[in-house]
Design a binder for this molecule. Sequence first.
Ligand code: ADP
Ligand code: MG
Length: 392
Amino acid sequence: MNHTAAAFEDAYGRSPEGVWHAPGRVNLIGEHTDYNDGLVLPFALPRGVSVAAARRDDGVLELRSLQAAASGCRVRIDDLAPGAVDGWAVYPAGVAWALREHGVGGASLLVDSDLPQGAGLSSSAALECATALALCDLYGVEPDRAELARLAQRAENEFAGVPCGIMDQSASLLCTAGHALLLDCRSGLSAQVPLPLGEDLSLLVVDTRAAHALTGGEYAARRAECEQAARLLGVDSLRDVTDLPSALESLRAARRPRSFLRRSGGPDAAVLQRRVQHVVTENHRVEAVVGLLRAGALAEVGAILTACHLSLRDQFEVSWPEADTAVDAALRAGARGGRMVGGGFGGSIIVLTAADRLDAVRDSITAAYAERGWAAPAFLDAVPSAGARRLS
Ligand code: ADP
Ligand code: MG
């Protein structure tokens, strides 16, 4: 029997009606573009969150997790409201709350996962999406997957209070094996882009073991800076900036001491210029990577990943020491390229390398961490994998 199904039996004393799985994701490129109406290019990981589940007729939602054994949750579906649940249960309970109006009722859920939490690999979205598929299947709800992604995002935004974009849930639900997902965060449209690794190249995810706190102030500050820059430039979002030199010049003009910026006590115009420089060039880097992948030239993508890292480090200022050190160490060992992934200030990096250099890359990063007395990083093979599905 499936391990998660067996754990369900142990926990609830009966068999589950099924087991559903949703993967974590890593974003190949397109960072801090999602909330600027831009482009992202995630792919699904072989690891993720599984949920074994069964309906119950007492209108209660019961949630347990093998990764959080001490803190289960029991709540009546009718009582679900933002603020009514806390801890890890906010994510699955938020999904049940958002699905309630579609006729979803009580259920027992058992969660199991092989995805590190808080490593920037989107365990929260995987948890939401596995829960969403389970509840939809149990109650005969058939939303399309793009709609389900929006519903899971709403659960995270409104119920868990995390201001995330649509990328994580879309990746978990829409990705297919051997492909990345090009997602246009303005139109909501997506396309599959081939990402075959072959025998020669490897993608490696390195969990830097520096915890991230996306709910923290830096993420909100970057969003606010982007919104302010868009306002000053007279565009709806930074996606609309087509002429980068003119945009930077406009912001430079706003730099005079008696300018709006200084009077309002907002960030310095030079800061806004750096943010705009990153977001605008990042959308172009996504397009360049998509072009190379469609041409079957994955190896050439490495240099663009590294360019992205430098932009996130120097222009957007969201990288962290463990990420910079890991990227540098990978490049020294001959990797094709690498970059931090996720919102920043902790989490993981991704490295593209010739497969025969994989061991050297890992050793180089491990040695660089040991030299600085940091906890050893964790390595994950990043094989582009299938999206969320029913397992049994
Ligand atoms: P990320 O999505 O990058 O992993 P987040 O902070 O957004 O980081 O989400 C991590 C949170 O998701 C955890 O703190 C926990 O509340 C919840 N979570 C993820 N996986 C599990 C799991 N297997 N069991 C219980 N909670 C989980
Ligand atoms: Mg998350």
